[in-house]
Design a protein around this ligand. Structure first.
Ligand code: F6P
Length: 321
């Protein structure tokens, strides 16, 4: 392997820059040239690239977002454009691609390998929704950002004696909600994995606490499960507790990565280059039992190493009593 391309795709996630940096450092160590592809798969189609040397990745470990920019490429879903992207790689003598992103990025990679491209993926998304990996870059930072924001919301909630309903991100997974909710002692955490459409247990729990004389309440809801505004209205109507909604939104994607995201980004980036050095390819880097492993990208889709931990969920219910 003489030349590789690295890109970030899908939702930006803190820690992606650490992974890019480690890819560049590790490749440089082996005398492999690196090009950075801008805006994810879009940049492969349009061949928007920059050379990446050691000087280009200095002082990025602590930066949020991705220095390579990102996109959710609609065009890459079309085989015609994947073909163009593969032709571009061949025309520029690129031997392999390292793609950092979430579930959509992995699905794109699986199709891309049919164009004869060797691709190694690194799971990077705040949602922690890449099924084969216990960890995805950005989750720890996002969970901490959500926790800090909810702590602040709680201050206001206590001062007014209100109920705060806080919606957090996660796409179809409840990890951010579970972690941020448990860390802020939420009265109820609404998770997509456990939601049965029944509001009764939330209303009953809040009513009981109200009767017991509590004067602030917190409900953390994962996005997409239910309308957080409607839930706040329902709580107010059913319990008489004045309720407000806060949707945390994109604040969860930004900010300086935590030590964990910088460390795992560095480890995963270096591991991706190690896979290529060994002459392997079409793999995804993953964490299993807290160590680095890798899987065939097509098989990875069916692996479920990161199911929501039931013990953690039961604990969240018990601690809300
Ligand atoms: O995948 C990360 C994420 O932030 C999800 O939590 C959220 O559902 C989605 O991206 C938002 O996507 P977009 O950036 O396209 O608005």
């Amino acid at each position: 392997i003489k030349k590789i391309a690295v890109l970030t795709s899908g939702g930006d996630a803190p820690g992606m820059n650490s992974a890019v940096r480690a890819v560049v450092f590790s490749a440089n160590n082996l005398g492999i040239e690196v090009v950075g592809v801008l805006r994810g798969y879009e940049g492969l189609i349009d061949w928007e690239t920059i050379p990446l040397g050691l000087d280009d990745v200095r002082n990025i470990n602590n930066q949020g977002g991705t220095i390579l920019f990102t996109s959710r490429s609609e065009r890459f879903l079309d085989q015609k454009y994947r073909h163009t992207a593969a032709k571009n790689l061949r025309a520029h003598d690129v031997d392999a691609v390292v793609a950092i992103g979430g579930d959509g990025t992995l699905r794109g990679a699986i199709k891309f390998k049919d164009e004869g491209v060797n691709i190694v993926c690194i799971p990077g998304t705040i949602d922690r929704d890449v099924a084969c990996s216990e960890y995805t870059l950005g989750f720890d930072t996002a969970a901490n950002t959500a926790m800090e924001a909810i702590d602040k919301i709680r201050d206001s909630s206590v001062s007014h004696g209100r109920c705060s309903v806080v919606e957090v991100m996660g796409r179809k997974r409840g990890y951010i909600a579970l972690w941020a909710g448990m860390a802020t002692s939420a009265d109820a955490i609404v998770l997509p994995e456990k939601w049965d459409g029944n509001f009764d247990y939330i209303i009953n729990a809040l009513r009981k606490r109200h009767t017991d004389g509590r004067n602030s309440y917190l409900v953390v809801v994962a996005e997409g499960v239910t309308d957080a505004g409607k839930l706040a209205d329902l709580i107010q109507k059913e319990t008489g507790i004045e309720s407000r909604v806060s949707v945390l939104g994109y604040i969860q994607r930004g900010g300086q990565p935590t030590a964990k995201d910088r460390m795992y980004g560095s480890l995963m980036g270096a591991y991706a280059i190690e896979i290529l050095r060994q002459g392997r390819g079409n793999r995804i880097v993953a964490i299993k039992n807290d160590i680095l492993v890798d899987y065939d990208i097509a098989e990875a889709i069916d692996l479920h190493n990161n199911n929501l931990d039931s013990f953690q969920y039961q604990l969240s219910l018990m601690l809300a009593e």
